[in-house]
Design a protein around this ligand. Structure first.
Ligand code: DQA
Length: 159
């Protein structure tokens, strides 16, 4: 007799349901390469975008990579992702530690979301120890530099 398998279970060798991913970057990430290179590295934002696009292509994913310095724009993008994207990778930057609006938007759309930080926020100032956005994310990758975005995309393909 065949074992009973829940219809919600995805066999490990089945193709991922993830195809189209929205990658959202928050304030000051456009200043990569200039801002605090000892913390965030010397590579610029365009290089990060190229890295994310290349990582996504290798995983068979399509990505739309966006950056804004404005909290409301980030909230709008999260809302607009519903029905258009299968998952979200988000580095809310400083809004990580302040924005309940971004947390609520992620909860509202309920898309699988992964939080990324270039630096290891857990080893930094006390005010960086809270992540509101992280409360609505399935995973967090922090302290892996650009590689954190690849890890986030890889994780989404396992869902
Ligand atoms: C950051 C960490 C945040 O605390 C900071 O405000 C940023 C970048 C990171 O990627 O390490 O702007 O999200």
């Amino acid at each position: 007799m065949l074992p009973k398998v829940s219809c919600q279970q995805r066999p490990t060798d089945a193709p991922t349901t993830m195809k189209n991913i929205l990658v959202i970057n928050g304030p000051n990430l456009n200043m990569l390469g200039i801002r605090e290179p000892n913390i965030y590295g010397k590579q610029d934002y365009a290089t990060l975008v190229a890295f994310i696009q290349e990582s996504a292509a290798k995983l068979g994913l399509t990505v739309d990579v966006r950056q804004s310095n404005h909290e409301g724009v980030l909230v709008d993008w999260i809302q607009e992702a519903l029905g258009k994207f299968d998952g979200i990778v988000i580095n809310p930057a400083a809004y990580t530690h302040t924005s309940i609006a971004i947390l609520d938007a992620l909860k509202a759309v309920a898309l699988p979301a992964v939080e990324v930080h270039l630096s290891d926020v857990s080893a930094r100032e006390p005010f960086r120890q809270i992540s509101y956005a992280g409360m609505a994310c399935r995973k967090t990758f922090a302290g892996h530099g650009f590689g954190g975005y690849r890890l986030a995309l890889e994780y989404l393909t396992t869902l």
